[in-house]
Design a protein around this ligand. Structure first.
Ligand SMILES: Nc1ncnc2c1ncn2[C@@H]1O[C@H](COP(=O)(O)OP(=O)(O)OP(=O)(O)O)[C@@H](O)[C@H]1O
Ligand SMILES: [Mg+2]
Length: 242
């Protein structure tokens, strides 16, 4: 099982949203997913509860509580035993013993950030912390920044500067744009199932969700490629919006 951790020192960086957005694409690639909830705000459980209410949850995706070290270890083992190919961890902001244990157990560490100066600062200090931690433990785990809330309009000077700063550190090629569909993802459930329901209902809003879903799937493809470099087959090109 591959462990993918969304982490940041700073709260509100976009960890949970990026994780939720990545789910449809990884499912489309045929991967069995487990989600590990390491933030006691129960973000993922609430997402599932909303999704179940509106019929937009895929029951093949399991959620395991990982809010302390013991639970993390037990949940990791349970997810692996249940046959998950990938476990996605929604971590809590800040440094903690739990976050350290999760980071060193990861196969890929993603640090989401928007382009605001304050978010970039938080992401860079998270990056430095993670790199030090990995080198102290002689671990070679890929760590990458992931731009989120990426403006869909022309970048201003400060945002362009942020993009330049991020070029100095490893980053995912794909970005998650600023979209209502992502801002509301916790209420909507899994985006591919939400889009399918809207299509069934003949709703014009399906188009907006499909655009966001395609963008999210590019991020998933990026995660997939990083995890399965050698065996990547472009399986994600399967079109969920057809
Ligand atoms: N791509 C996006 N487009 C629009 N809104 C977004 C996007 N990504 C995140 N947001 C919004 O930004 C806010 C913070 O995102 P999120 O909750 O994912 O961050 P987090 O890092 O998980 O925060 P916390 O540290 O509190 O767990 C939320 O209101 C979310 O809806
Ligand atoms: Mg969160």
């Amino acid at each position: 099982m591959k462990l993918v951790t969304f982490t940041s020192f700073k709260g509100g960086a976009g960890k949970s949203t990026a994780l939720m957005a990545a789910v449809p694409g990884l499912l489309a690639a045929g991967k069995r997913l487990a989600l590990l909830e390491a933030d006691e705000n129960d973000t993922l459980a609430l997402w599932r509860s909303n999704a179940r209410d509106s019929g937009t949850w895929d029951e093949a995706v399991t959620i395991h509580e990982a809010t302390d070290l013991g639970l993390f270890e037990a949940s990791y083992a349970a997810a692996e035993k249940a046959g998950a190919d990938i476990a996605l961890v929604d971590s809590k902001g800040g440094a903690s013993e739990l976050n350290t244990a999760i980071l060193v157990a990861s196969d890929l560490i993603l640090i989401p950030t928007s382009l605001t100066t304050i978010d970039i600062d938080g992401a860079l200090s998270t990056f430095q912390f993670v790199v030090k931690l990995l080198s102290a433990n002689r671990l070679e785990i890929p760590v990458a920044m992931m731009m989120t809330r990426f403006p869909t309009y022309r970048l201003n000077a400060s945002e362009r500067e942020s993009v330049e700063i991020l070029k100095r550190v490893p980053q995912m090629t794909a970005q998650l744009p600023l979209r209502n569909a992502f801002a509301e993802i916790q209420a909507l459930g899994m985006l591919h199932l939400h889009a399918a329901r809207l299509r069934e209902a003949g709703s014009i809003a399906a188009r907006h969700i499909e655009i966001a879903l395609r963008e999210a799937n590019v991020v998933s493809q990026d995660i997939f490629d990083t995890l399965y470099e050698a065996e990547s087959t472009g399986a994600l090109h399967a079109d969920q919006t057809a």
